[in-house]
Write a protein that binds this ligand. Structure first.
Ligand SMILES: Nc1ncnc2c1ncn2[C@@H]1O[C@H](COP(=O)(O)OP(=O)(O)OP(=O)(O)O)[C@@H](O)[C@H]1O
Ligand SMILES: [Mg+2]
Length: 355
């Protein structure tokens, strides 16, 4: 059946074909060679770009789409009419949704009489794909780090031994100052060994350690005092008294607080206030990290925890993804809480059992 006839059926008479087209979980519309809309399904009525079918049927696409939308779409449709070949693209629309858009030629005989535009929302599928890729990459990096840490232990022992041997030689030749260099070398080797051991320990499944939240926060804040990004940032720290210890590795919590604090400072280049507020609520230890920057725009809130999502040219977009993964891996969580002004990231932790 020619699309013109089908569309009249859909628009006016209903029936199983119309119901089927309306039931499709994709938005679609059809235009004729003059770019007049002859079919517009129910899914195309929803969302930020949706419009009621009754208003668009029979009208020129120029009157239906927003001016910039028409400018981008019309040449594509004309190309499909002229070439008879379909066109596909994935594009982002208002509200940061991702659509896979297909423009398909519809023929009567050999002539392309209509073009069908098909819009599939692939936001969730793409996010899932990105998460899988990122998790794979992180797992691989973790295995790599543990492998390297393991292999480094042997040459380190060799270096320490060689330093001792060198010292003995030098001492025999009456060069007692060699002791200083030996101590320096051995001290640095010991530092590397501690680092390697902590990496290997972190990889080993173990009983969950606990952390005094105020102490971890305090360590991070001392670290930030001299950081240039914090030169114009006032830091306020309010920790409830008698806050229970939290069930998390101290280093993991420090890494999370550091990532959140650096994000906050970056969001306030002209200066502002960073507040860290620790409290006990709903059986959890809660740490809020608040800033007085612009906050996260509603359209971006669902994306900031996706690996590799960043709005900064020099960012990797991994800070929040790793922070959330670290917390969830230890029974905690991280979420963004909208507020009237500024951003609030809430860290939730399991309290350690007392006694
Ligand atoms: N406090 C905040 N205020 C406003 N936007 C924020 C804030 N924290 C994070 N964001 C937004 O979330 C995005 C992702 O943050 P994330 O920490 O994952 O990556 P990044 O900071 O861009 O890069 P990286 O942490 O790897 O250096 C940021 O690019 C920014 O757009
Ligand atoms: Mg970051």
């Amino acid at each position: 059946m020619p699309v013109g006839a089908a569309s009249r059926g859909v628009a006016e008479t209903g029936g199983p074909l119309a119901a089927t087209i309306d039931a499709l979980p994709v938005g679609l519309y059809v235009v004729d060679r003059r770019l007049r809309v002859v079919l517009w399904n129910r899914a195309r009525e929803r969302g930020t770009l949706g419009q009621p079918r009754e208003r668009v049927l029979g009208r020129h696409l120029r009157e239906v789409l927003a001016p910039e939308g028409f400018r981008a779409t019309a040449p594509l449709l004309r190309r499909v009419f002229a070439s008879g070949r379909p066109h596909e693209e994935t594009r982002e629309t208002v509200g940061a949704r991702l659509y896979h858009v297909r423009r398909l030629p519809v023929r009567e005989g050999r002539r392309v009489t209509h073009v069908l535009s098909w819009f599939e929302d692939v936001t969730e599928r793409r996010a899932l794909e990105m998460r899988v890729i990122a998790t794979d990459r992180l797992t691989f990096m973790g295995q790599l780090v543990v492998g390297v840490a393991h292999e480094i232990a042997n040459p380190l022992a060799g270096i320490a031994g060689a330093a001792q041997a060198l010292f003995s030689l030098a001492a025999r030749e009456g060069r007692p100052e060699a002791r200083e260099f030996r101590d320096l070398l051995q001290g640095e080797v010991a530092r590397c060994e501690r680092l390697v051991r902590s990496l290997l320990d972190a990889a080993r499944p173990s009983t969950m350690p606990t952390t005094v939240v105020a102490e971890a926060v305090g360590t991070v804040l001392r670290l930030l005092e001299r950081h240039p990004a914090f030169a114009r940032v006032k830091v306020v720290c309010r920790m409830e008294r008698d806050l229970p210890r939290a069930r998390i590795e101290p280093d993991a919590l420090k890494q999370v607080v550091l990532a959140l604090a650096v994000n906050a400072a970056r969001a306030m280049p002209a200066g502002g206030t960073l507040t860290l507020r620790g409290a006990s609520a709903g059986g959890r230890v809660v740490l809020d990290v608040l800033d007085t920057g612009p906050g996260v725009a509603p359209a971006l809130r669902s994306r900031i925890f996706q690996p590799y999502f960043t709005t900064h040219p020099e960012g990797t977009g991994l800070g929040l993804a790793i922070a959330r993964a670290l917390l969830r891996g230890q029974g905690g969580d991280l979420e963004y809480r909208p507020r009237a002004r500024g951003a609030c990231f809430r860290v939730r932790l399991r309290p350690a059992r007392r006694g």
